[in-house]
Design a protein around this ligand. Sequence first.
Ligand code: HAM
Length: 407
Amino acid sequence: MALPGFRDFYPDDCAFRNAIFSKWREVAHRYGFVEYDGPPLEPLDLFTKKSGQEIVTQLYNFKDKGDREVALRPEMTPTLARLVTARHKDFKKPLKWFSIPQVFRYERQQKGRLREHYQFNCDIIGEAGLEADIELIALVIDTLRAFGLTEKDFVVRLSDRQFWTDFMNAKSIPEDQRYAFIQAIDKSEREPREKTAEKLGPLAAEVFAILDDASTGKSERLDTVETGLRHRGLQDYVKRDYTVVRGLAYYTGVVFEVFDRSGEFRAIAGGGRYDNLLKNLGDVDLPALGFGMGDVVLGEILKKNNSLKNLKKNNGIYVVIADENHRPKAMGLVQQLRDTFGLPVDYPLVPMKVGRQFQAAEDQGRKVAVIVDAETGKGQVVSVKNLASREQTIWSIEDLMKSEVLK
Ligand code: HAM
């Protein structure tokens, strides 16, 4: 059995996962993003320095045989920052990079939360202007739209970490109490009011007023982002909500989390601006922003909506060997078909009754069967049967290789 929180991917699960990956890639390419990757195992201190307390308590870390302190990546952003700071001079800015890493967090396993997941990461590096924030949020929206989800299914909750930094400055909250203040806001939705009020102390009433009615909190950044999204016709997908502050330590500006409208699931995606991370990590002063979208919650929503069905397309060829004497000829044909068409081509590995071969062809969802029989032995001819229409035609092998009938 797999470890708790880890998944096995049987072929159907793999097909489902790959369908998600291919949509992710398709939309990233549509937005002009290019793919990168990094190692799943990193030096421990990359995360202890950069990811913030919560993730650090969830690390899979150990000492390797060379006595190095290492950790499985719990997220991609520190790795991305490491890659970019190491070779930033080699790339024209802004960078628009995406990746689909498997990441690992030792979390309490629950609905929508596992100990490994795949996370679609899209980041823009080297652009400080809010146009980049708008572009990134449009990308997260379009990614979900590509799966057939609409503004009725999900909402991007928009917030501004800088708004709260300004608030803490105005109220002279000491540096050492700021993390707790942000955490209290982060947890405010899941905790009873009294508990949050206790944590916020004399500021409670003022903070609750902002959380309850986002229009009372002023943020020109969010005004600009909302206007930009309106120009693209995406205004119905977003809602300002200052309870979103993001658990990770490195965020600095506009932040967001995406949720299903029914409120049934945990966050589908989250991200925002992190303008100081590269400076802190590698002394390279480049503004940055990005988001991560996991495959777990998204997968649950798609299953609930019955999206991504019909993954099994009828395609490919099954070579039916009706006369074992001509197996060598059939094998030559299999090879030729694979070379010529690039389609899946299958055949019985051992002698098998013809009826069972047709059954195998149907089970595999093949579109056509090419039948090798005694006639093939005599001349260079085969029968081709369309498995849906049941129509059967006879072809010379030479003509078959040039025809469209198998595609
Ligand atoms: P995050 O909010 O920690 O952000 O994770 C992003 C998404 O990954 C979540 O919204 C959720 O869908 C999924 N996710 C997180 N933890 C789990 C889990 N244990 N099981 C299943 N799914 C999970 C980040 O990781 C940031 N590094 C994203 C980012 C990229 N920010 C800037 N660039």
